[in-house]
Design a protein around this ligand. Structure first.
Ligand code: NCD
Length: 322
């Protein structure tokens, strides 16, 4: 059984193979019959302890496109509401012989903890606390690969870019997984936001391996020379205490607007993992504008999750013919 728990520590070859296989999976979504038999007879469980629209449906669609049986456990209706521990819930699910359990949990480390105890099923991290969200980083990279290397044919690969991550980095698992991914790709990383949301330690040597990180407190400064900006939602549900004086004040300084892009980085492309808070971290004219790759990210998400499921559950020689 193979797990996918984090981008930190992922084998470089596996990372690139996942990206390349994801690219191949994109084609299946264009077919009339969007189904291949690769995971026929396999069972995939979506175990989500936090709200999710995109990630959960994306994993479910991915599993179904590969002909696996996919079930969703709505935790609000599950035995965890009766006091069952995470491990007991997961052990019971494992006893039903699923091939993979996809887990989202509000506690950092919860998914690694399960992976340590459940050895008969693949465990895939769909986001744990503020720790990691590996499939999000992969789908962000696939979106960039499509934009730079396929659609625009501007580059051979997505190495050597400067990537800005804007906003609530401290509470973001998307940011952490992307920092590891862009470190692996040898890209420069500009983190942009206030000290409360991006402490200076984020740029400390060795914290993210060899990743080349710079911190900017000023949005305009941070966007200079950047190829890509990843906007982050202000993750109020994970914040304990006050990190910004008010959302209004925050957006005055850090909301990504069309005007600022035109002024500082007219050639950038914009990513956002969703859900978007329009007018807080990103303005509608950017989210819906021609720099935005946000819906491409959602499309890439299904392809990435198909590739991840194949990698974790199928043998490498499975057939992908319709
Ligand atoms: C992200 C998450 O849950 O970490 N969303 C997602 O998976 N699409 C980001 C967020 O919630 O802001």
């Amino acid at each position: 059984m193979k797990n996918l728990l984090s981008i930190e520590g992922i084998d470089k070859g596996r990372f690139h193979a996942l990206l390349n296989n994801s690219q191949a999976m994109l084609e299946i979504a264009q077919r009339d019959i969007k189904k291949v038999p690769a995971l026929r007879g396999k069972t995939i469980v979506n175990l989500f302890f936090e709200p999710s629209t995109r990630t959960r449906s994306s994993f479910e669609i991915a599993a179904k496109r590969l002909s696996a049986d996919a079930i969703n456990i709505a935790v609000s209706n599950s035995s965890s509401k009766k006091g069952e521990s995470l491990l007991d819930t997961a052990r019971n699910l494992q006893a039903m012989s699923p091939d993979a359990i996809i887990v989202r949990h509000n506690i950092s480390g919860a998914v690694n903890f399960l992976a340590k105890h459940l050895t008969k099923t693949a465990i895939i991290n769909a986001g744990d606390g503020t720790h990691e969200h590996p499939t999000q980083a992969l789908l962000d990279c696939l979106t960039l690969q499509r934009h730079f290397c396929i659609d625009g044919k501007k580059r051979e690969n997505i190495e050597g870019l400067t990537v800005a991550i804007l906003g609530d980095v401290l509470h973001s698992r998307v940011a952490r997984s992307n920092i590891w991914a862009h470190g692996l790709l040898n890209n420069k990383i500009n983190l942009i936001g206030p000290t409360t949301l991006i402490p200076d330690e984020f740029a400390a040597e060795g914290l993210f391996g060899d990743a080349r990180i710079k911190i900017f407190r000023d949005l305009r400064e941070g966007l200079k020379g950047v190829d890509v900006v990843i906007c982050l939602r202000m993750q109020l549900e994970r914040q304990e205490g006050f990190f910004v004086p008010s959302l209004d004040e925050y957006s005055q300084r850090y909301c990504l607007t069309k005007k600022i892009i035109a002024e500082c980085a007219p050639n950038i492309v914009v990513l956002h993992p969703g859900p978007i808070n329009r007018g807080v971290e990103i303005s509608s004219d950017v989210a819906d504008g021609d720099k935005s790759l946000i819906t491409d990210q959602v499309e890439s998400g299904v392809a990435v999750r198909m590739a991840v499921l194949l990698d974790c559950v199928a043998s490498p020689t499975e057939i992908l013919e319709p």
